[in-house]
Design a protein around this ligand. Structure first.
Ligand code: M6R
Length: 616
């Protein structure tokens, strides 16, 4: 969703704000804006389009000042346009607000404010906030009539009063004429403070501040902070609270492109490292250590696992279900978070471990599902990539994947890192002979090399296949068993970045309807690595070929048989069937990337999308 940033310190604020916004542009990129206080005097610049576009039309020398806020938008209320871009101002243009979230009751508030004579210029929900703050200040009749210390306090109180009127979710930063700091507050939307030396930073996400500092304070639900260059005051429910800073282990290089044309390509190339780091984080001398006490007995009467997730994380979770059930024989139920939230809860919550699988730890639907499971008495676990994210604060326990910051809107390395956690979880819950366990673990430890082989040896062929694949407008991705979710992921990745309509399907299901769509213009990508249903899938391929559709197979090195039946083959190294999702995923991520590149798409910023979806 939207990205918001703020700076207060001794340096020129604008370049810092623009750089920070650029670093979290993955949160939204349809319009943006900045508000700078030059010697306390406000200056606003905003427009539709990206940060680069904004910069082009902005003479930085005209926006001098040591306090500033900025916003990069993913539209919810009101089309992406200059007037709807943030920051939004009060009627006098003295109070500016950037906001991420949704104010559900804004229409009612707006009507009330209109009746009081407030003038609105945008169609957004956010614009009510600066008006409410101004009104609250006016009521006190204190604006500019008190000492600066009192004004700070009055402004903080006015923000608090304004927020008390709002239903919905928000992370906001407020700047105001005559105020030498910033006010930040959060409810159900993420917000962090980057702690510097005689300067402080506020942002939606850590990558925004990594260039400046590794020390970060995560604001908690309901926190309101007054941030100045040398002080950070935080209160919650009207009382001062202490929030410890954390050192973030990511480096700025982790969050930069490092010579790759796109973050997505860089992150695909980081898949071996993401697997390795995730393994390293959880394999100790004495075995697997996920840091969680699962205590699952298995079987219908014992505890079972409920997993909730969205998008790519959901597909990883579908794969995880099969991995855990296969290795540990523990039942796993997987639900789309957005559906789970409004369905009946018919399980005995107290007998369930509920896991939320979320790269960002901020996906609104997933957080809601986590809270729902908690309400029903389940023990809750977050599996996430982001230290201190909202999911970690809601869940009883957290398992971190070790993917490092993922910037590309299309999730890639976090997917394989999630799979690694599922292998580890399955093995740690398994009751199998030691030798079998060691065999699995050893093979799991080889997965970084397996992923690397795909990158080194299949990449060229995939680029070649992508050239003709990119000419089509529809495609199917099919697989079976543990590779059905991988087919779903392959299709999702392709559609979100190349805009080719792609459907993931169970290989055996095409004949139950979708066959009607097969023509010579509908390529089918089939996952054909060896497993107990290889022959069946090969049978499906023959049926598809008989209907004239071109077939690309992902098949193992040395499988010559497959050449007879398909039009093109992407080779991956052989593994045990249960580990085949790893090489197959890397291959499909590359196929999506090169196809989108061939079509000239905006790969890191696909249209209409945002990296983390913090609205329902
Ligand atoms: O941060 P999360 O894992 O909770 O995000 C869930 C989805 O929004 C995300 O996976 C989305 O589907 C990606 N754009 C897919 O590439």
């Amino acid at each position: 969703m939207c990205g918001i940033v703020g700076y207060v310190g001794e340096r020129e604020a604008l370049p810092i704000i623009l750089d920070s916004l650029k670093r979290i542009e993955y949160r939204g990129y349809d319009s943006c804006g900045v508000f700078v206080l030059e010697d306390g005097e406000p200056k606003l610049h905003k427009d539709a389009g990206t940060i680069d576009h904004l910069k082009k039309n902005l003479s930085e020398s005209e926006y001098k000042g040591k306090v500033a806020i900025g916003h990069t938008r993913w539209a919810t209320h009101g089309a992406p346009s200059k007037k709807n871009a943030h920051p939004h101002l009060d009627g006098k243009g003295e109070i500016a607000v950037v906001h991420n979230g949704i104010i559900e009751n804004y229409q009612l508030i707006k009507e009330e404010l209109l009746s009081l004579g407030c003038k609105f210029v945008s169609e957004t929900d956010t614009e009510v906030i600066p008006h409410l703050i101004n009104l609250s200040l006016k009521k006190k009749a204190l604006l500019k009539k008190v000492s600066s210390e009192k004004f700070d306090w009055q402004l903080k109180e006015a923000v608090r009063e304004a927020l008390a009127c709002l239903n919905g979710s928000y992370a906001i930063i407020v700047a105001a004429k005559g105020f030498d700091g910033l006010i930040a507050a959060r409810k159900e939307s993420p917000l962090i403070i980057g702690v510097g030396d005689r300067e402080n930073f506020i942002a939606s996400d850590v990558p925004a501040v990594l260039e400046q500092t590794n020390r970060v304070i995560y604001l908690e639900e309901g926190d309101l902070a007054v941030v100045k260059k040398e002080s950070i005051y935080i209160e919650n429910g009207g009382a001062e609270v202490r929030r410890e800073g954390r050192l973030i282990p990511w480096t700025i290089e982790d969050a930069e492109k490092g010579g790759y044309e796109h973050f997505m390509l860089k992150e695909i190339h980081e898949e071996p490292r993401a697997i390795m780091d995730t393994l390293r984080g959880h394999i100790a001398e004495d075995g697997i250590n996920l840091g969680i006490d699962f205590k699952i007995e298995g079987g219908a009467k014992g505890r079972s696992i409920l997993m909730v997730a969205c998008g790519t994380s959901y597909y990883a979770t579908l794969c995880g279900k099969q991995i855990i059930e296969n290795l540990a024989k523990v039942p796993v139920q997987v639900e789309l978070a957005s559906e789970f939230n409004y369905s009946d809860f018919v399980l005995d919550g107290t007998n369930i471990i509920a896991m939320a699988i979320t790269q960002s730890g901020e996906t609104a639907d997933t957080l809601m599902a986590l809270k729902k499971a908690k309400r029903y008495g389940s023990k809750t676990v977050a599996l996430t990539n982001v230290v201190g994210s909202s999911a970690t604060r809601i869940a009883d326990e957290t398992i971190y994947m070790g993917a490092g910051p993922e910037i590309g809107v299309a999730a890639t390395k976090s997917f394989v890192a999630q799979l690694v956690i599922f292998y580890l979880l399955g093995l740690s819950l398994a009751k199998m002979p030691e030798s079998e366990f060691v065999g699995y673990l050893e093979e799991l430890k080889r997965m970084p090399q397996i992923a690397q082989i795909v990158l080194d040896e299949a990449n060229g062929d995939i680029q070649k296949h992508a050239r003709y694949f990119s000419k089509y407008e529809h495609a199917f991705f099919i697989g079976r068993g543990v590779n059905l979710p991988i087919a779903l992921e392959g299709a999702l990745k392709l559609k979100e970045i190349s805009y080719i309509h792609a459907e993931g399907y169970a290989a055996g299901e095409l004949k139950h309807g979708p066959f009607a769509l097969l023509t010579e213009d509908t390529p089918v990508v089939v996952i054909l690595t060896h497993d107990n249903v290889y022959e069946k899938t090969l049978g499906n391929v023959k049926e598809i070929k008989a209907r004239g559709a071109p077939v690309i197979a992902i098949a193992e090195e040395g499988d010559e048989e497959v050449e007879k039946y398909v039009d093109a083959v992407i080779r991956v190294p052989g593994t045990s069937a249960i580990f085949s999702p790893i090489p197959n995923t890397v291959a499909l991520h590359l196929l999506a990337y090169w196809t989108a590149k061939e079509r000239g798409c905006e790969i890191d910023k696909p249209r209409n999308l945002a990296k983390s979806v913090t609205v329902e």
